[in-house]
Design a protein around this ligand. Structure first.
Ligand code: ADP
Length: 232
């Protein structure tokens, strides 16, 4: 394969000792980033960060730039709620309190969404995993498809900034969980207790990348693009 006059080997093995079979390398074109053309494997990104850290905003950029499918468990739950499905009714009872929806319900929904998109070049997991059980389930699920999480990108921001952002978002979106400070603080607590430990989980796999989530959206995009450009 020749891109910009450079020759690439597209049948390289994934340099992961656990992987037994070679996977096809997918060329993901860089768009308007001023980056050198780069080859990536099928790429599975986990976007990590507290509520309001900017995962949804940056997922849009990643989706367009790298041609990945964006899967947000929050959006999936809200879709079910809007359509009045049994899953939506169940999820709503937790979401309204700022609590996490039970693991197995969330895992099943996420896996179904992945299976419904067999043509995807890779996924951006936004809001998933949020617990160790979910992270282990994701690893097992992807391994069953000869895939693995490529990187977990954490958007870092402090609580008081996040609180302001979420209350602003609540005014526009009407999301009930963004309009009440107590619910927002419950979500932060849920994150600290159940989601924050995933930092160690992914660090142990050498897949954790921390990105400063404070600043202009464009600046944060550039920081994320740099992380991706440097992925093995
Ligand atoms: P935010 O990241 O701003 O909290 P989301 O839209 O990602 O917003 O999630 C909204 C709510 O949906 C969460 O507070 C939780 O109740 C539920 N939810 C989303 N993803 C998960 C998950 N992976 N596990 C359990 N509950 C989830």
């Amino acid at each position: 394969m020749v891109i910009s006059g450079q020759k690439y080997n597209i049948n390289r093995d994934w340099p992961c000792p656990k992987r037994k079979t070679p996977v096809k390398i997918v060329y993901l074109p860089p768009v308007n980033r001023g980056l050198e053309p780069n080859l990536h494997l099928m790429i599975q990104l986990v976007l990590f960060g507290k509520p309001g850290a900017g995962k949804g905003t940056q997922a849009e950029f990643l989706k367009e730039t790298y041609g990945l499918k964006h899967l947000s468990t929050g959006d999936l739950f809200r879709h079910h709620i809007k359509n009045g499905t049994p899953l939506g009714l169940l999820a709503q009872s937790y979401m309204d309190q700022g609590a996490l929806v039970p693991d197995q319900v969330t895992i099943d929904m996420l896996e179904e969404a992945v299976d419904q998109t067999p043509e995807a070049k890779g996924f951006i997991f936004d809001g998933f995993p949020r617990t160790t059980a979910q992270a282990e389930a994701l690893d097992a699920f992807l391994a069953g498809k000869n895939m693995a999480v490529s990187a977990t990108i954490a958007l870092e921001a402090h609580d008081e900034e996040l609180l302001v952002r979420l209350l602003e978002r609540g005014k526009i979106s009407g999301r009930p969980d963004d309009q009440d400070e107590t619910k927002i603080r419950t979500r932060f607590d849920e994150y600290n207790q159940k989601t924050a430990p995933l930092r160690n989980y992914y660090q142990a796999q050498n897949k954790f990348y921390s990105v400063d989530g404070i600043g202009a959206i464009e600046e944060v995009k550039q920081r994320i693009a740099e992380v991706i450009a440097n992925l093995g």
